[in-house]
Design a protein around this ligand. Structure first.
Ligand code: SF4
Ligand code: SF4
Ligand code: SF4
Length: 130
């Protein structure tokens, strides 16, 4: 099985996942010359018609996030389509490193982390300010 998430190593301990970001206004959909990429009306995610795709790679070059890749075996484009809302990768990842959550939940968690960070900084100043 070929992964649709690519992990790029940058510094010794910095790993950056490259995957389809499910853009609101996807350039891959606009640019495909044979209209092989569409947005699923039910799920709102990008979807590839593999019978129509010619493997021309235009979408791979146009995607700014490295989300579209060429399958080295089938010679056609492939990208994460969120497994129709039930991601297999989340189920099988042995390290439980993946989660499938709403965007609003991610924003909420980030805000919580920032509040926690500022609270720690303020706590550390407590003893110094009289
Ligand atoms: S393949 Fe690239 S351009 Fe297309 S939806 Fe995914 S991230 Fe956006
Ligand atoms: S590789 Fe396939 S999906 Fe991508 S632009 Fe070409 S025909 Fe369209
Ligand atoms: S959601 Fe599905 S298609 Fe996307 S990376 Fe996970 S297993 Fe692959």
């Amino acid at each position: 099985m070929r992964s649709r998430i690519k992990i790029l190593k940058r510094l010794e301990y910095v790993f950056v996942p490259a995957r389809c970001r499910q853009c609101e206004d996807p350039i891959c959909v606009i640019i495909c010359p044979v209209n092989a990429i569409t947005i699923d009306p039910k799920l709102g995610v990008v979807k590839i018609d593999y019978d129509t795709c010619r493997g021309c790679r235009i979408c791979v070059e146009a995607c700014p996030f490295g989300g579209a890749q060429i399958d080295p075996v089938e010679r056609k484009v492939f990208m994460c389509d969120l497994c129709e809302g039930d991601p297999l990768c989340v189920k099988v990842c042995p390290g439980e490193a993946l989660e499938y959550v709403e965007e609003s939940e991610i924003v909420f968690r980030k805000r919580e982390k920032i509040i926690e960070m500022y609270t720690k900084i303020l706590e550390s100043y407590k003893g110094l300010i009289r």
